[in-house]
Design a protein around this ligand. Structure first.
Ligand code: HDD
Length: 755
């Protein structure tokens, strides 16, 4: 590892660690493992407007400030009381009948014990019927400019002087609250904007389409994907009979299935996912004109995924991987950031497309309807308490502000009923008054009473109109909500519009648009899932669905899972593509390792100056370095006496305590410690596993031999460890150099920090 090797202006370390995330050739990866690869591609020309935002606007965030009044700080100086404020002297012993020789029965009259147990017995509330497992964070949204006023009068989207507080909850869909983060699943991406005109929620996913077209099918798809009724199996998986049975019989899900079997469903991090409002909403401008709109979130860090083997292992090794990742990034100052973009269609053009723009199983291809970037969202504060914030936050698709409205999208119409309804059973009728759900603007109306009413409404009238003119409606011209005016006529019928009947063209479009690596992953995912279906009716039927998308895909899966190999395509794959559907397209313009986790593998006898330099470089690139050693605590450098106080470097974890799966890259400094590492089966496994998962590996000096031995792959080229004048050699993501130039590296680190 050297300082500046002049790649894209990035430092040597950014090159070593960053390029693999962005630029590693798919060919190189494929050569190592067909089925087990990280999806990567070329740097894209994706060019976006940028804006500067102050680093931390937490102070100016009206929502986080409003929450402070509810914070009960558990500090050592606090005195323990009952819920009624009575000081408690003993919280450990139930009141008992005791004599000198025996301690007899417990007394039910112990009001302190009864209160404590009663409160405990009722701690749980119903988990969300879907999206039960999640993580959340606070932040803010800021519009770039007023350019969207052509379409909307929503101030949150057009007033660049505003900082609108947001709360975001990410989630999986299928698993229960205690399930693992890294399972194959859709990810929820729900954003609550606390605007000055009221709360606005975009309750979206990391996939732009949905399984079904009509909300009345939601209970069916969810029953089918959730654990089966007879045995409550499986958890956190769609790989079972009932799911594939249902989607096989309901081919409107074909497009969504392609996305869910792609790498999108195993994200590396919540910070590296796109978000989509999915449904078609409307925008209303000051002139009263209506446009249809779709919302998109584009992550600053690009869209990245785990490989399946990593996802499976992490689900066991660290089921909270995504939760921790979100908090780690925010706490280390690598604030996750997304740009909000909209796609807009004038009301008059509703029927101009060969798909129905109100069908949630269809995207609006960006070649037809381009993105317009309206603003930026940054997450900069972790929650103080999970339950009161993440568990109690309640999103509703019906929460909109003036300038934003609904469409006749039949999924959205049903959602507008369902979210409001579900909050009643989870949180009760006064759920809006829970601190995390309260708007930051004033709330006043004649809705009253109900369980857990938190407000005391002062006044003599609780109805409208009233003789006092108390609490008056607000005219539309003064900011009152205005419903989109339209003429509706027709016969009440249970039906869908004709264009809703075409299910395969966009499934083909998505599949065709993936890179070869992404396609290989999708094929493996289907083969995995259908192998878990025991009923041949189920997998045979699904192969027929696949045969309507792509003949080769159907054949591959049929062979893998033992189904009937089709002898002709069902529907012809039309071969259409859209560049913006592959996640490779979203690689950031400049390589970055912001918020990435880098392991430095050590044993006693490493080069200390090198390790200090490497750590500084990693930190200066806003990434997190972790020293992994034979034991947690002190590991001693070359020339240091083992066990002597004052020496050594602190290892954050030992080889068994964490595995390579938890890190994005691996660096092994020079020194005689390499010989010790070579003797450790686990250290060698670290290297092999990291290489198998296509992670960058850096090795200096003596560590080159270790890597060479551990990988034992003739294709990989290494620097000559004995030739200190030799350059850096990169081959298959393994970066080796004979000597680490400490001066340059630290100089570079400083430069980067100062910049
Ligand atoms: Fe939903 C939760 C996203 C269709 C009914 N949904 C929920 C959450 C997200 C989504 C992100 C979790 C919110 C949170 O973090 O609290 N749902 C979607 C998307 C859909 C979608 C993108 C398709 C466009 N959902 C959908 C339909 C229905 C529901 C069609 C019902 C007819 N969804 C619910 C729900 C949940 C929910 C049962 C469970 C917990 C909650 O609402 O608050 O009402």
């Amino acid at each position: 590892i050297v300082g500046d090797i002049g790649t894209n202006g990035a430092s040597g370390l950014e090159f070593i660690l960053g390029y693999t995330f962005l630029e590693r050739s798919t060919d190189a990866i494929r050569r190592y493992k067909e089925t087990d690869m990280r999806s990567l591609g070329k740097k894209s020309s994706f060019d976006l407007p940028t804006m500067s935002l102050s680093k931390n606007t937490a102070d100016s965030n009206a929502k986080t400030a409003s929450l402070t009044q509810f914070i009960a700080d558990c500090t050592p100086s606090q005195q323990m009381t009952t819920d009624q404020g009575l000081h408690v002297a003993d919280t450990d012993n139930w009141l008992r009948v005791a004599s000198e020789s025996t301690v007899g029965p417990a007394l039910l009259e112990d009001h302190l014990a009864r209160e404590k147990i009663m409160r405990f017995d009722h701690e749980r509330i119903p988990e969300r019927v879907v999206h039960a497992r999640g993580a959340g964070a606070h932040g803010y949204f800021k519009a770039y400019d007023s350019s969207a006023e052509r379409w909307t009068k929503a101030n949150v989207l057009i007033d660049a002087s505003r900082v609108t507080p947001v709360f975001v909850r990410f989630s999986t869909v299928q698993g229960s609250r205690g399930s693992a983060d890294t399972v194959r699943d859709v990810r929820g991406f729900a954003v609550k904007f606390y605007t000055e005109e009221g709360n606005w929620d975009i309750v979206g996913n990391n996939i732009p389409v949905f399984f079904i077209q009509d909300a009345i099918k939601f209970p069916d798809i969810i029953h089918a994907v959730k654990p089966e009724p007879q045995n409550e199996v499986p958890t956190g998986q769609s790989a079972h009979n009932n799911f594939w049975d249902f989607v096989g019989l309901q081919p409107e899900s074909a497009h969504m299935i392609m996305w869910v079997m792609s790498d999108r469903a195993i994200p590396r991090s919540y910070r590296m996912m796109q978000g989509f409002g999915v449904n078609t909403y409307t925008l209303l401008n000051a002139a009263g004109e209506t446009h249809f709109v779709k919302f998109h979130w584009i992550p600053e860090l690009g869209v990245h995924s785990l490989v399946w083997d990593e996802a499976l292992k992490i689900a066991g090794q660290d089921p909270d991987f995504h939760r921790k990742d979100l908090n780690e990034a925010i706490e280390s100052g690598a604030y996750p950031k997304w740009r909000l973009a909209i796609q807009v269609i004038p009301e008059k053009d509703e029927h101009k497309f060969d798909f129905d723009i109100l069908d949630a199983t269809k995207i609006w291809p960006e070649e037809l309807v381009p993105l317009h970037f309206v603003g930026e969202m940054v997450l900069n504060k972790v929650v103080d308490e999970y339950f009161s914030e993440v568990e109690q936050v309640a999103f509703c698709t019906s929460n909109v502000v003036p300038g934003i409205g609904f469409s006749d999208d039949p999924l959205l119409q049903g959602r507008n009923f369902s979210y409001l309804d579900t909050q009643l059973s989870r949180l009760g009728v006064n759920w809006q008054q829970i601190p995390i759900n309260r708007p930051v603007c004033p709330v006043m109306n004649f809705q009253r009473d109900g369980q857990m009413q938190m407000k005391i409404h002062k006044g003599t009238v609780n109805y409208w109109p009233n003789r006092l003119d108390a609490v008056q409606p607000v005219a539309v011209s003064e900011g009152g909500y205005h419903d989109h005016v339209r003429k509706i006529s027709g016969m009440a019928q249970r039906m869908r519009s004709p264009k809703f009947n075409e299910h395969y063209s966009q499934a083909q479009l998505f599949y065709n648009s993936l890179s070869p690596t992404e396609q290989a992953h999708l094929q493996s995912a289907l083969a995995f899932e259908l192998s878990h279906c025991e009923d041949p009716i189920v997998y045979r039927n699904y192969i027929n669905v696949l045969n309507n998308i792509d003949y080769e895909l159907a054949k591959y899966v049929a062979v893998a899972v033992g189904g009937d190999v089709p002898d002709a395509p069902g529907k012809q794959n039309e071969g259409h593509k859209s560049a913006k559907l592959s996640q490779v397209y979203y690689a950031p313009k400049e390589p970055t390792i912001k918020g990435r986790r880098v392991a430095i593998l050590l044993a006693d006898g490493f080069d200390k100056a090198e390790v200090v330099g490497i750590k500084a470089l990693i930190a200066s690139a806003s990434a997190n370095a972790f020293v992994i050693g034979p034991r947690r605590g002190k590991v001693f450098a070359a020339g240091e006496k083992i066990g002597v106080e004052g020496g050594g470097i602190d290892a954050d974890h030992h080889f068994e305590g964490q595995r390579s799966t938890m890190f994005d890259a691996l660096v092994i400094p020079s020194g005689e410690h390499a010989a010790l590492l070579m003797k450790s089966g686990r250290a060698v496994h670290w290297l092999r596993e990291a290489f198998g998962h296509c992670k960058p590996i850096g090795a200096v000096g003596e560590a080159i031999l270790l890597v060479q031995e551990a990988l034992n792959l003739p294709e990989v080229q290494y620097a000559d460890p004995t030739d200190s004048s030799a350059e850096v050699v990169e081959s298959y993501g393994v970066v080796t150099t004979a000597k680490y130039d400490v001066t340059t590296a630290i100089g570079d680190a400083l430069k980067m920090t100062l910049n």
